[in-house]
Every structure is written in structure tokens, then in C-alpha cells.
Design a binder for this molecule. Structure first.
Ligand code: B12
Ligand code: SF4
Length: 243
């Protein structure tokens, strides 16, 4: 499902306007829930068509390499930014999988259309792509701000800028994503409180306030301590950009 929204890209916004950047995947409602519900409906439909069919809906958290299966199923190709990319919808897509014991006729894989483009590799602020289609997750802002639990190594801090939860840069610079249609699914419409929030307002949130701010979104993996750590880095980068 596409979560592309018609909002300015992080790369086009002033770095010193006092605002933080929350990644696009977390602007609207939690995709895990939305996709899972749709897959469950699909699974029930399948069981009606093929009585006795076994199925299981997986979104993100199952030990399945979703991009690889999506590419094999003909949904797109793996871009140099390592994400599943589609000529029509770009790569701002959430993936989900319905496992089943039924034999279905698969679509064939699609050819890749990255060509000589290297926009995503060149734009990565922490140089996280040692080569096309290889991500060093330890350097990825998506990993550092969301998954990494302790102090963020100094070498990555300036690259993080004011990004406090995930990163969109390797997708926003992609020509396929730039021309993809936006706002296809109202479920993912941005909630004002997570769209370019004022850093100062976030700094004033206590643990309860933070829980309220992220409520209903896919940000539950960021604990309060990580959130404070990320705000500290964003504040420091903002202060330096104003000097
Ligand atoms: C772990 C993880 C991360 C990690 C590591 C990312 C990575 N590139 O591996 C971190 C935290 C960095 C991350 C970041 C992001 N992620 Co993430 N992530 C995952 C997750 C949960 C598992 C991926 C994984 O296992 N990686 C670990 C290793 C094994 O993968 P790999 O080395 O790249 O392996 C590839 C090939 O080598 C090959 N391969 C490897 N082993 C094998 C074995 C066999 C048998 C075969 C055939 C192939 C094969 O296939 C793999 C996929 O291409 C998936 C959901 C899922 N269950 O798939 C989402 C997922 C990939 N993430 C997603 C998203 C949206 C993001 C972010 C954009 C979030 C953000 N805004 O910050 C960033 C993008 C960063 C980037 N450019 O990749 C989406 C991508 C959608 C898409 N269009 O592709 C997914 C699919 C979640 C979802 N359900 O929608 N993510
Ligand atoms: S920015 Fe260019 S190289 Fe990167 S995924 Fe998009 S088309 Fe491929």
C-alpha cells in the first residue's frame, strides 16, 4: 500500500526553521494494523474460494524477507536504495504477505529500472550504502533513530540533522517516487501533530505526553529515552545550523 503524501520532501525544507522531521511512514495510522486487517479479509476470501485453505497474514514482524518475495511476485524491483520499487507507485510502499498452502499462479518478476541513476546512494547523509542494493544498517538513520538503543556514535550525528524518527531521503530523491501518485489511502493521511512538529513543543513532552503524541502511529518502537536522545541530537544540529 502506498503511503506517498503530497507534502514537501525533507530535502527541500529549511534546516533551521525550528522543526523536527518525523519519517513519512509514521505520519498517519499504524500500517501494521491497517495492512493486517486487509490481509485477513483477503485470507477469509481465499478460504471461501478454496474451502480448507490455510493462510496466515504477515506484516513486517514475521521472519520473512518481504521485499524479496514482493519482487518475485512481480510487484516491482529492488532499487539501489534496497527498497521494493514500482514504476507507478515509487517505493513509499508498505508491504504485507499472505502465506498460504494453496498453489496459485504467480506473476513473473519485473525488469529493474534504476539504470545509471545513483541519486539515493549519493544523497544518503550517513553514507549507509557501501554499494548499490547493499545497506549498512548500522549507519542508516532509520536504524539509528528507531532501533539503536544506546548513544548514537558521534560520526553519524550531523548527518541525522533534525530527523528524530526514521529517514526518507533515499526515497524522496528517487525519480520514480517523486512522480508517484500521492494520497491514495486516506488511512495514511498525516496527523498534524507528527507533521513537521516544532522541536521545542516536543522537548516539553513528558513520558505521558510522548505516549499521546505517538498514539496510533507506527512509532511504538521508539522508547521515551530514545526519543529524548534523538531530540538532543536534533537540537544540537539546529543550533549549529543557525551559527
Ligand atoms: C530490519 C528492517 C530494517 C532495518 C534494516 C534494513 C535492511 N535494508 O535490511 C532498518 C532499521 C535499517 C530499516 C530501515 C528502513 N525500513 Co525496514 N525493514 C526491516 C524488516 C523488518 C526486515 C528486513 C531484513 O530482514 N533485513 C535484513 C537482511 C537479511 O536483509 P538484506 O541483507 O537487505 O537482504 C536482501 C537480499 O540480500 C536478499 N536476501 C538475503 N537473504 C536472502 C535469502 C534468500 C533465500 C533470498 C531468496 C534472498 C535473500 O533479499 C533481501 C531483501 O532484498 C523489513 C520487513 C520484513 N519482514 O521484510 C522492513 C522493511 C524492509 N522496511 C521498510 C521501510 C519502509 C524502511 C524505512 C524506509 C523506514 C524509514 N523511513 O526509516 C527504512 C529504509 C532504509 C533502507 N534504505 O533500506 C519496508 C520497505 C518497503 C519497500 N518498499 O521495500 C519493509 C518491507 C517493512 C514493510 N512491511 O513495509 N528496516
Ligand atoms: S534513486 Fe535512482 S538508483 Fe535509487 S532506487 Fe531510485 S531509481 Fe534506483
Amino acid at each position: 500500500m502506498s503511503y506517498r503524501c503530497d507534502q514537501p520532501d525533507s530535502t527541500t525544507l529549511a534546516a533551521n526553521d525550528g522543526r523536527a522531521w518525523v519519517s513519512r511512514y509514521a505520519w498517519g495510522r499504524d500500517y501494521h494494523r491497517i495492512l493486517k486487517k486487509k490481509l485477513i479479509r483477503l485470507g477469509r476470501w481465499l478460504a471461501e474460494q478454496r474451502p480448507g485453505a490455510q493462510w496466515r497474514a504477515c506484516v513486517d514482524t514475521a521472519p520473512i524477507l518481504e521485499r524479496e518475495w514482493a519482487a518475485r511476485a512481480g510487484l516491482g524491483w529492488i532499487g539501489k536504495n534496497t527498497l521494493l520499487l514500482n514504476r507507478e507507485f515509487g517505493s513509499e510502499l508498505f508491504l504485507g504477505i499472505l502465506l498460504t498452502d494453496q498453489k496459485l499462479v504467480p506473476d513473473g518478476p519485473l525488469p529493474e529500472h534504476c539504470g545509471t541513476c545513483t541519486a539515493c546512494l549519493d544523497a544518503c547523509p550517513t553514507a549507509a550504502f557501501p554499494e548499490p542494493r547493499v545497506l549498512d544498517a548500522r549507519r542508516c538513520v532509520g536504524y539509528l533513530t528507531v532501533e539503536h538503543r544506546s548513544t548514537i556514535p558521534a560520526e553519524f550525528r550531523s548527518g541525522i540533522g533534525t530527523m528524530i524518527a526514521g529517514c526518507d531521503i533515499c526515497q524522496e530523491v528517487c525519480p520514480w517516487t517523486q512522480r508517484a501518485p500521492a494520497d491514495l489511502h486516506p488511512e495514511f493521511a498525516p496527523e498534524a501533530r507528527r507533521l513537521r512538529p516544532q522541536l521545542e513543543a516536543l522537548e516539553g513532552l513528558d513520558e505521558e505526553g510522548y505516549a499521546e503524541w505517538r498514539k496510533g502511529s507506527a512509532l511504538s518502537r521508539i522508547r521515551y529515552e530514545q526519543f529524548r536522545r534523538n531530540l538532543g541530537i536534533a537540537r544540537s544540529n539546529l543550533t549549529h545550523s543557525r551559527k
